[in-house]
Design a protein around this ligand. Structure first.
Ligand code: F0G
Length: 460
């Protein structure tokens, strides 16, 4: 018997899923232009596209929905959410938004004061990068080099490269840095955590140069749990205390609450104490998201979020959550499949550059493996590699990703260990037949965020 954490819940409601035949899967993928994003979810057996808004709510959350106060302005539900967010973060101001990118579209332009500014992040998530570029700034990633050595153990592969961060600030001039964005956990690196020590160093540098520090905290609870598990001096602290210490280091918190908010829709902007910035965001949010006390959410959404934010800090829940990912990672490693090791918070990242080295980066090796896994088992993963990275906004050339990852993203409180065993079995089979996998060429490519809508043909 294995020694993984037990789930602190039981299943009360089920959603039937079905594995369609291999022929049907082949047709569905062809119809989707060989892009899993374009599949109908009905044609998917196990959906590992994202952990965003795909989790199961608790019965407490479903009950809270009924208390939703649907007032346009100043609803009871807003104040309940505001109180929860203030308690968790220690920040003075907050606004709900419809999801993470809503927070980005409101906040990011407010931080840009002149032309040719930069944001620096451990790694910008793709929508964050897009909003930086849409607002006319440029995004620079600055993660430690160990991040891309997938086989080497490092407890905090999401960390900033502190020396490089200082060099970039010197090179570009601190007055040209619009903000430093701490992505926790570092999604694009494999849901890899960032240590408190590293965040403290980043915070010190930001303060020294008078640069705003922004937490992109979609998975801040998972990050706090890793700190408790892996960093010296935190064993005795609660995850909520660690989260509070994290927030104290920064000025702004942007959150896609579809992850560690345990809801299907929702997001947050919170500001520590800058009233002027809060007022600017209050003005900007109205035409973009909605009135500042609902920001695109219904009262019932805010109620569910207020409960979900608390549940996501429950340590039994987090222990099981993190162990689910580890379990899938362990099964794959036993089967010889190369993955980002150790596994991170929300997904297993499979190192497809090592699986299909015969496919060049601009034929999208990880996307090709995603397609193979769908055909094999009706499983829908997502590419996190050169396809997602897109083209250089200045030269329009394809950017080569450091790693061609396939992400097996685990929705919260949704699948069982048996589902994960099936995923491992199918992927090991794909791995054994890896030489048959072919690269892809575009038949359609959009100019921005192309991975969502692109269409392909396999290169025969
Ligand atoms: N920041 C991070 C770190 C994210 O992972 C995401 C979304 C966002 C911002 C944007 O939030 O989707 O609510 O608008 N990540 C999802 C994913 C989509 O699949 O990783 P959103």
């Amino acid at each position: 018997m294995h020694d993984y954490a037990m789930p602190p819940y039981r299943i009360k409601m089920v959603e039937p899923i079905k594995l369609i035949s291999r022929e049907e899967r082949e047709q569905a993928l062809k119809d989707a232009g060989y892009n899993p994003f374009r599949l109908r979810s009905e044609d998917v057996y196990i959906d590992l596209l994202t952990d965003s808004g795909t989790g199961a709510m608790s019965h407490y959350q479903w009950a809270a929905l009924m208390q939703g106060d649907e007032a346009y302005a100043g609803s009871r539900s807003f104040y309940r959410l505001e109180e929860t967010v203030k308690e968790i973060t220690g920040y003075q101001y907050m606004m709900p938004v419809h999801q993470g990118r809503g927070a980005e579209q409101v906040m990011i332009p407010e931080l840009i004061t002149h032309d040719h500014m930069y944001f620096i992040s451990n790694i910008h998530f793709d929508t964050t990068r897009a909003h930086v570029e849409i607002a006319g700034a440029r995004a620079i990633d600055c993660v430690i080099p160990e991040c891309f050595e997938t086989e080497i153990y490092h407890p905090f592969k999401g960390n900033f490269d502190i020396i490089r961060l200082q060099e970039i600030i010197q090179e570009k001039g601190s007055e040209n840095i619009a903000g430093i964005i701490m992505t926790i956990t570092n999604n694009s690196a494999g849901g890899q955590p960032v240590s408190m020590e590293n965040m403290m160093a980043v915070s010190k540098i930001a303060k020294h140069h008078n640069i705003r520090l922004i937490i992109d905290g979609a998975r801040y609870a998972e990050n706090s749990y890793f700190i408790k598990q892996r960093e010296q001096g935190f064993k005795q602290k609660s995850v909520a205390e660690i989260a509070r210490e994290t927030f104290a280091l920064a000025d702004i918190f942007l959150m896609s609450s579809k992850k560690d908010g345990l809801v299907n829709i929702g997001g947050l902007i919170a500001i520590k104490d800058d009233l002027d910035l809060f007022r600017k965001c209050q003005t900007a949010i109205v035409p973009k998201e909605g009135f500042p006390t609902y920001g695109g959410l219904a009262g019932r959404d805010m109620e569910a979020l207020a409960v979900g934010l608390k549940e996501a800090l429950n340590e039994q829940y987090l222990a099981y959550r993190i162990d689910e990912i580890k379990y899938l990672g362990d099964l794959l490693r036993e089967g010889g499949v190369p993955i980002q090791y150790p596994t991170g918070g929300h997904a297993v990242f499979v190192d497809c550059g090592k699986i299909v080295p015969h496919i060049p980066y601009d034929q999208f090796p990880a996307q090709a493996v995603c397609n193979a896994l769908y055909i094999e088992g009706g499983i829908r993963p997502v590419e996190i590699g050169s396809l997602l990275l897109g083209r250089d906004p200045d030269t329009h050339l394809n950017i080569k990703a450091d790693k061609e990852f396939m992400r097996l993203t685990i929705p919260r409180r949704t699948y069982t260990f048996q589902h994960l065993e099936y995923v491992a079995k199918c992927l090991i089979r794909v791995y054994q037949n890896r030489n048959e996998i072919k690269g892809l060429k575009f038949t359609y490519e959009s100019p921005i965020l192309r991975h969502f809508t692109a269409e392909f043909l396999p290169i025969e």
